[in-house]
Design a protein around this ligand. Structure first.
Ligand code: AKG
Length: 273
């Protein structure tokens, strides 16, 4: 059994100092709960928010891998001996910038990362950032975890790859906007049911220059049951997951016996139209 806390924060646009201290406070609050979390998840771009204009001046916001935002997360993880899925941070790598989630262990060490594969070109996210290309499943003491960031939830290829690579859960970090809460909930529900795995998804709330965000951070089990769900205000959403349930569900409906890879065409590999 793993206790999870999703920090459904109201991110202050371009105010890293405020966001850093606010997240520290929220982590302290989450860790004071009776059911102490084993894993804390933050939203996408938790230290800055984003706008399409920002994407044209990303050099002003970008951080090195060991920059101030990652440092906050490492310190919090070590202080509370908790796993953190560090939302995402605009990160400078040797070959360019990426929108990257860091997985941090109880000792405060980075033990994994995921860079957003599907960049949201309608908001110019593909102007500063390189597309992520790695789809790693990280084996941790909590279970096997794969990651998605926001727009990625629309792409079933990514979640199915994680399922075939043995993930127990997809952990999603997001800045998913209004008025698309029905897309958010339905896509996440589908990703859980079609892959018979857990979906643990943290979204933000509040305003930015782009509009407002729909919250509804959610934990869904492999049957499609909602274990916990937030509203549209700032809050910490908590729930307990048991990854052993995956095998029970998969033994009731044998999708992973009945899929027909030998019959599927290679159309998924066709270039975009
Ligand atoms: O998929 C959507 O509707 C929104 C995606 C988005 O805002 C993002 O990826 O930043």
């Amino acid at each position: 059994m793993i206790n999870v806390a999703l920090l459904q924060t109201n991110i202050k646009f371009c105010d890293a100092e405020y966001n850093h201290s606010h997240v520290r406070e929220l982590i302290d609050e989450a860790m004071a709960a009776d059911k102490r979390p084993d894993m804390i998840v933050l939203p996408e771009d938790w230290s800055s928010g984003f706008s399409d204009e920002m994407f044209h001046h990303m050099e002003n916001f970008i951080e090195p891998v060991d920059g101030p935002s990652v440092t906050v997360l490492k310190e919090c993880a070590k202080k509370h001996k908790v796993w953190i899925v560090g939302g995402s941070i605009g990160t400078q790598f040797e070959d360019g910038m990426r929108n990257t989630t860091f997985l941090i262990n109880r000792e405060g060490e980075i033990v994994g990362d995921y860079s957003k594969m599907h960049l949201y070109s309608d908001m110019d996210e593909d102007v500063p950032y390189l597309h992520g290309t790695e789809m790693n499943v990280y084996e941790t003491e909590l279970g096997k975890l794969g990651f998605m960031i926001c727009y990625d939830i629309r792409f079933c290829e990514l979640s199915r790859t994680y399922a075939l690579r043995g993930a127990d859960a997809i952990v999603v970090t997001s800045n998913f906007p209004n008025p698309r809460v029905s897309h958010w909930r339905t896509l996440l529900m589908a990703r859980a049911i079609e892959n018979q795995m857990f979906v643990i998804a943290c979204n933000r709330v509040g305003p930015s220059p782009m509009g407002t965000y729909c919250g509804h951070s959610i934990i869904i089990d492999p049957w499609g049951n909602v274990i916990a769900e937030g509203g549209d205000e700032e809050e910490i959403v908590t729930g307990t997951v048991d990854f052993n349930e995956i095998q029970n569900i998969r033994s009731m409906i044998h999708m992973f016996r009945d899929r027909r890879p030998e019959s599927y065409p290679n159309d998924m590999l066709l270039p975009n139209k």
